[in-house]
Design a binder for this molecule. Structure first.
Ligand SMILES: NC(=O)c1ccc[n+]([C@@H]2O[C@H](COP(=O)([O-])OP(=O)(O)OC[C@H]3O[C@@H](n4cnc5c(N)ncnc54)[C@H](O)[C@@H]3O)[C@@H](O)[C@H]2O)c1
Length: 187
């Protein structure tokens, strides 16, 4: 993709932080936006700021919990219908949890993984058909430095971000990542 002008980007976790910053940056580059978050107030504020940045853009918003697979699929279809096409999905929504591995509660670990890992999986799978249909689609999944190295007291977060990186890097098209090692052992 050479530029973002007149493309359409979907962003999860767009109500604050990196998600909002992405929305504003893309708006400044002429990219139409399908924004989602569980926080409707922050989400509406992001949409207003992006529209102010570029009044000519089409911007849609949807209150979506990325842990809810059905809701993510429904949003992908609604966003594609509203905008005509989707070129980019930024699976950005994420949460943190600081605790020891010994004391972490199962429900807390599952909550984090349902957003940081499974939310990324649902966003990738739900949007891929629309990205392919656009002819110029891209998946951007937010991992972290802690998907490369581990920070003490953040084992659950680290695990989710290592998982996102492993999942995402497997989706490179053949030929863009050097030899496909699994296919040529013995060769
Ligand atoms: N801030 C950093 O330094 C940093 C560094 C590396 C990676 N990241 C990653 O970048 C992403 C964004 O981080 P941030 O710092 O902007 O965080 P943030 O807390 O500012 O924003 C996260 C957004 O996700 C939303 N969200 C939370 N749970 C959700 C759910 N179930 N469904 C939909 N939306 C939900 C929140 O409402 C919030 O708007 C996260 O995945 C985070 O792990 C952040």
């Amino acid at each position: 993709m050479k530029n973002f002008n007149d493309k359409v980007a979907a962003i999860t976790g767009a109500a604050s932080g990196i998600g909002r910053a992405l929305a504003l940056e893309l708006a400044g580059r002429g990219c139409h936006l399908a924004l989602s978050d569980i926080d409707p107030v922050g989400l509406a504020a992001s949409a207003v700021l992006a529209q102010q940045r570029n009044p000519g853009l089409r911007i849609s918003t949807a209150q979506v919990d990325t842990a809810d697979r059905a809701a993510v699929y429904a949003w992908a279809d609604q966003a594609a219908a509203a905008h005509g096409q989707i070129h980019l999905i930024f699976n950005n929504a994420g949460v943190a949890l600081s605790t020891t591995l010994e004391h972490v509660k199962r429900e807390d670990f599952e909550w984090l993984m349902s957003i940081n890992f499974w939310g990324v999986v649902w966003g990738t799978q739900a949007f891929l058909p629309h990205l392919r249909a656009s002819g110029d689609g891209h998946v951007i999944n937010l991992s972290s430095l802690f998907g490369l190295m581990s920070l003490p007291l953040n084992g659950c977060y680290n695990a989710s971000k290592f998982a996102v990186r492993g999942y995402t890097e497997a989706d490179r098209p053949p030929g863009q990542d050097g030899p496909q090692r699994g296919a040529d052992h013995g060769a």
